[in-house]
Design a protein around this ligand. Sequence first.
Ligand SMILES: NC(=O)c1ccc[n+]([C@@H]2O[C@H](COP(=O)([O-])OP(=O)(O)OC[C@H]3O[C@@H](n4cnc5c(N)ncnc54)[C@H](O)[C@@H]3O)[C@@H](O)[C@H]2O)c1
Length: 350
Amino acid sequence: MILDVARIFFHDEIESLKREIEDANFSSYTILTDDNCEKYCQKELINLFSQFGDAQLIVVPAGDKNKNISNLEFIWNQLLNNADRHSLLINLGGGMISDLGGFAASTFKRGISFINVPTSLLAMVDASIGGKTAINFANFKNQIGSFTDAFATFIDLNFLKTLPEKELLSGFSEMLKVAIISNIDLFNLLSANEEFSKKITQDIIKQAINAKLSIVKSDPKELGKRKLLNFGHTIGHAFETYSMQNDASPISHGQAVAIGMICETQIALQLSIISPQEHYILVDVIKNFFPKYSFTINALISLISNMKTDKKNVAGKINFSLPQSVGCGLIDIYPSENIIQKSIEFYHSL
Ligand SMILES: NC(=O)c1ccc[n+]([C@@H]2O[C@H](COP(=O)([O-])OP(=O)(O)OC[C@H]3O[C@@H](n4cnc5c(N)ncnc54)[C@H](O)[C@@H]3O)[C@@H](O)[C@H]2O)c1
C-alpha cells in the first residue's frame, strides 16, 4: 500500500504512530502553527498526542504572504531555544505551515525530523505529502525550498470541522487536478453531480493521496512525470501572486489553481493537444465548482511577468503541464506568449 510506504497515518492508526514517535526517542518537541490553527486545532492535537503537552509552541500569522524568509528566521531563532539535532518539529496547519515548517526543519542544524499534521483539506491531499517544502521569496511563490520527507504525516478529518468552506473548496481543486492528469475514475467520482463537500470522505481523500503518491514515487525529484502535478499551477501561481499583491482578501491557492486549470486546458485546445469535447467537459466541471475571479484585463502584463519567474521555466521559456484527455497529461510544453494571453482572455470572457 503506497500510503504505508509514505508513512501516512489516519486517525484509526494513531496508536502505531504514537509508538513510532516514542521509539524514535526525540530529545524535544516543538509545535509550529499559525494563529487560526492555534485557536482551532492545537488543543485537539494535545488531546490526541499527550506527549506533545510540554512542547515549545511557535505561532506565526496565518496567510500565504507569511510563508516568507522573516518567519523562517523567526522559527530558526525559536528552535535555538530548545531544539537540537534530535528534536522533532510538529507542523500543525495547512500547506503554508507544512511548507514553511518543513523547510525550517530541513535546514535547521542541517536537518531535524518533522511531522506534518495537516488541518486543511489541501494540506491533507497535497501539500503535506510528497516531500516538497518551500518559502516564497522576493514576492514570488516557492522560490526557495527543498525535497525532504516528513518523519510521518497524520491525517484526521476531525480537523476539517472548523475549516472555512472557501478553504475546503481550495483543497477540492487539488483533488480535481490530480484526477484530471492521472485518474479518470477519481475524476468521475469527483465531478458527479452533487455538492463537492459530500465528496470529502476518508475513502476519497485516500484515493486522491494515492493518485499523487503513485506519481511522486516514480519521480520523487520532479525530473519527469511528477511535473504533471504542476497542471494549473503555472498560470495558477501567477494569479495567486497577482491576487496577493492586489486584493484586500486574496484568493486561495486552490481557487488560483482552478483558474490556472481552465486557462491551461484552453492552451491545450489551442495546441490541439486536447479535443474540443474533452476541453468542454473539463472547463464545464471546473467552472461549476469554482466562482469566477474578476480582474481587469490590464492584469495580463503582471500575470505574464509573474510566469516568467516560475521555477519550472527552462532558458526563459514558460513551462506547462497540460491535459491530453481526462485522466492523462503531457509535460514540458512551451506555448508562445500569445497563446498564453489568449487563454487568460478566454477565462476573462467566461
Ligand atoms: N509542498 C507541496 O507539495 C504543496 C502542494 C500544494 C500546495 N502547497 C502550498 O500549500 C499552501 C496552501 O495550503 P492551504 O490551502 O492549506 O493554505 P493555508 O495553510 O494558508 O491555510 C488556509 C487557511 O485556513 C486556515 N486553516 C487551516 N486549517 C484550519 C482549520 N482546521 N480550521 C480553521 N482554519 C484553518 C489557515 O489558518 C489559513 O488561514 C500554499 O503555500 C501552497 O504553495 C504546497
